[in-house]
Each structure stands twice: as C-alpha cells, then as structure tokens.
Design a protein around this ligand. Sequence first.
Ligand code: ADE
Ligand code: ZN
Length: 326
Amino acid sequence: TVTLEAVRALPKIELHRHLEGTVRPGTVHALAAANDTPLPVDDVRTLYTYRDLRHFLDVYDTVCSTIVSPADFHRVAYESVLDAAATGIVYTEMFFTPHVHLSRGVPAAHLWDGITAGLRDGIAETGIGVRMIMDCTKFLGPHLALLELDLLTSLPDPDGFLVGIGGDGIEAGVDDAALAPVFAEAARRGLRRTYHAGEFGVQSVADAIRVLGCERIDHGPLVVEDPSLAAEAADRGIVFTLCPSSDVLISQVYPSVRDHSLPRMLEAGLHVTVNSDDPAMLGRDISDEYVTVVEEGLVTPEQLRDIAIGSVDACWLPDDDKAALR
Ligand code: ADE
Ligand code: ZN
C-alpha cells in the first residue's frame, strides 16, 4: 500500500488541473464579501456535491463570479501554485477557461495579467514549474473559440506560460469536429492540443484525435468501449489525463472509483496519467488521487510509480526541461 505522506513526498506532475477549480473555499468567501458577489450558502463547500456535469458547471460559474479584478486573479493563481507545491507537484500544466470570465465582462487583459503575475509570484516562492492551457467552451462552437484564441494569443506572454489549447464544458450533443479550424489555427500559432472527451461516449475521443489533431485526451475512460480506437490511440502515443474521482463525483461515469476503466486502459497499452481535475471543488488533490487508485485496487504501487514517471514524457516541456524533471 501507499501512504498519503509518502505520496506527498513524491515529486509529481499534474497535467489536468483547472485553475478555477483550485480556489480555496476561504478565498471564495473572502472574494465574495469584498466584491459583493453573494454566495447562495454560508459555506461554499456545501455546494460541492454534484448531481451531474451540468450542475458542477453551475457551481463552477458561482465560484468564478467571485473573481473580478486583476488582483483577484493574481491571488487565485498565486494560491493555486502554493497549494500545488504543498502537495508535491513539481510541474503542472493548468487549464483556465476564458469564456467563463469574458462572458461576465472581465477584460481578457485583466484575466491574463492577473493570472500570470500570480503565477510568477507563486513560482518565485516555490520553485515549481507552471504552464497554462486555454480551454474553449466546447458547446459554444468555433466562432467564440476563435475569438478567444485571438484574444489570448495577442496578449504579452514573456514567460511563455501559454502552451496549449483544449476544450471543456458540456460534452453530450456537441459537434467536436466543428472546432477543427480553431485547433488547426492554434497549432499554427505554436500551441499544443488536448481535449476533454470520452466521459459520455467514444465519438468525441475519435474526433479529438483524428479531426482536432490532439496529442492528449482529458479524461477519456470510455475509450475502452471501442477496442480499435483504443489500439489506434495506443499506437499514436496519445496521453490520457485521467481523473478517476472526478469521473465518479462530477460526470458520474462510474458508481465508484473501483469500477473505473483505468486497469483496462493499461491493458490496452494506453499512456495514462492520474490527476485531480478540480482539487478544491472535489476536496481531493493529486496526492489523494494517487492513494485512491492504489487503495481502490486500480493499480499496484509499482504501476503507480510507472504512471508518475510516465507523466514526464506526457508533458509539453522542451526535452531539455523534461530531463531536469527525471
Ligand atoms: N470544467 C472543469 N472541469 C471539467 C470537467 N471535468 N469536464 C468538463 N468541464 C470541466
Ligand atoms: Zn477537466
């Protein structure tokens, strides 16, 4: 078995972590009070039980509504880096979802300047590495996604934080292939590609790989339902950033972590990593997740170690920087 203490001491890489899902409950309350954006409950944590993905995204919006000024984004990003370091993360590629903020009137520059300044301070204090991935909101389609891509790639980024594009939000009923021109343009601008898929069906995984040109799939547990697609993904070296607890608690793909397809994914030769998704909003971070996958019998401690080491190859750092993480 593995202990939480031992897992925290293990240097870890987290590739599926949403900045907005890392906001400390105390910070949500402090920002809500300061910005007069009232919360519907006295303790935000009472909102953190989810009926489904849609309900989760509603709570996510509520949390986001408390983050307003560049200083607020600075605080959120800074604390997220500190919390990542505290649980033994040495490098993370973190999502943020521009639409959630732009749609409520936050200027793109406030969002980006605040986040990057907070990251810089957190990095200076902890020494960990951080890069960012902009997630477009899948169900809103290509026009808004392209607008967001233009906005974000036109802002100054002297530290090179922005390394990738992804897509999140509601999966069911979305025409993933419609985002092809956006992902192609992102690639032309030097961004790497990933996509939330395979929580509600396998077609989204196929489209993300074949049409959007993604190198990674965020979640993707249902890929095992299509053995030929799984074989293709294994062949192509596609990385799956799994979040076993999220698949149970948010999208409810499985009744319990025990039922997760992770062991079948390993048998199919797929490259998987283990991640938290939204640590504050799930009350579980990557260390908890590492312990859980062993305790629930999904992997052996040896397999977990291999998964942790394999996450170096899965990240988007240049090879020289990867070597430093080994
Ligand atoms: N936004 C944050 N976490 C998400 C998830 N697991 N699926 C879809 N959208 C998300
Ligand atoms: Zn996610």
